[in-house]
Design a protein around this ligand. Structure first.
Ligand SMILES: Nc1ncnc2c1ncn2[C@@H]1O[C@H](COP(=O)(O)OP(=O)(O)O)[C@@H](O)[C@H]1O
Ligand SMILES: [Mg+2]
Length: 311
């Protein structure tokens, strides 16, 4: 480390790396958070672990933290509530503000914004716990195969596919265990890709090839048989188009800083946006670090670059 780098590192002051939390994605956050913390400390940054499920937020002030690196996934950490609290405390933090975090986390509100912004996305129906709904009718409207998702979850939690009215009924009931609002989305058959975004720029696209029916929790974190291709083998025109749409989708939900936009490219080569992630996984083998590596940015440079956006 030269003197120049050293002075940048001290410029960050005391950094809280917030991870853990009590959402359904706690385990994923613990892994990401430890990797981020280690990478920051290795570079001489005064970074400390802070788990909001164990420590009250006011300790951030008492312990004189200067900024926060958020590595919490799901409710409470990725949905805007923490971002709102930190803004109120005048503490700079990584990633999207409260509004962007809340919109991106909410798969239903995201769909409405995508429609408004002409972002290509699959047709859908929204079902509320208090509504009457007709599964056969919904299924017929959505080409007879759907993916059912709780509005506010991540990591494929509470999601299931359905191709009969009976399956749809139980898929919706399962999703209601997580949320009062459920997104029923037309099934898209095709290639799954994701675009990582770092400080306003799209990184190389990754294609995920799973042997599972879809990229479920297991395929994401447990089984070793998902194949990752980066840069994704797509022609230049389609690559540019997908990166452009990713940036547009990111902006339309008011996300900023860093994140990731998930897609399925259908059989007509049309990219469909699934969702925007404002705090994507950050272990050394996660998707954003993979994409950064393809651009020549190593894990330590990546976390520093994310942290720099708070200066
Ligand atoms: N409409 C769809 N058609 C086919 N597969 C889907 C659809 N929506 C989601 N999936 C599959 O489910 C996975 C998770 O969906 P996503 O919307 O990205 O939610 P999250 O990653 O927050 O759980 C995707 O990566 C994809 O494999
Ligand atoms: Mg996803």
């Amino acid at each position: 480390m030269n003197n120049n780098q050293q002075s940048t590192m001290s410029e960050f002051g005391k950094v809280a790396v917030m991870f853990g939390g009590d959402s359904a994605e706690r385990e994923v956050s613990l892994n990401s958070g430890k990797a981020v913390l280690t990478a920051l400390q290795k570079q001489g940054i005064d970074a400390h672990a802070f788990d909001p499920s164990e420590q009250p937020l006011h300790q951030l002030i008492e312990q004189k933290f200067d900024r926060v690196f958020i590595v919490l996934h799901g409710r409470g950490g990725e949905d805007g509530s923490l971002q709102g609290a930190l803004s109120f405390m005048s503490l700079p933090f990584t990633g999207s503000n409260a509004q962007g975090s809340a919109f991106a986390m909410d798969k239903v509100r995201s769909k409405y914004l995508f429609l408004g912004g002409n972002i290509p996305t699959a047709p859908f129906v929204v079902v509320n716990k208090t509504d009457e709904f007709d599964c056969a009718e919904i299924l017929a409207q959505l080409n007879n195969k759907v993916m059912v998702k709780p509005a506010n979850e991540g990591s494929s939690i509470g999601m299931s596919e359905a191709h009969s009215a009976q399956e749809l009924q139980s898929a919706i009931e399962k999703a209601f265990e997580y949320d009062r609002e459920v997104l029923v989305e037309q099934w898209v058959t095709g290639r799954e890709v994701t675009v990582s975004i770092l400080n306003g720029k799209a990184l190389p696209i990754i294609e995920m090839r799973t042997t599972h029916e879809f990229y479920d929790y297991d395929a994401k974190y447990l089984s070793g048989d998902t194949e990752y291709l980066c840069p994704a083998p797509l022609d230049q025109a389609l690559t540019n188009k997908i990166q452009d749409i990713a940036l547009q989708a990111f902006h339309i939900v008011s996300a900023s800083g860093w994140g990731r936009v998930d897609f399925i490219i259908d059989e007509n080569q049309q990219p469909n946006v699934l969702e925007v992630n404002t705090v994507p996984g950050m272990t050394e083998t996660s998707l954003v670090p993979k994409a950064a590596a393809a651009e020549g940015i190593n894990f330590e440079q990546l976390v520093t670059s994310v942290l720099k956006s708070t200066l």
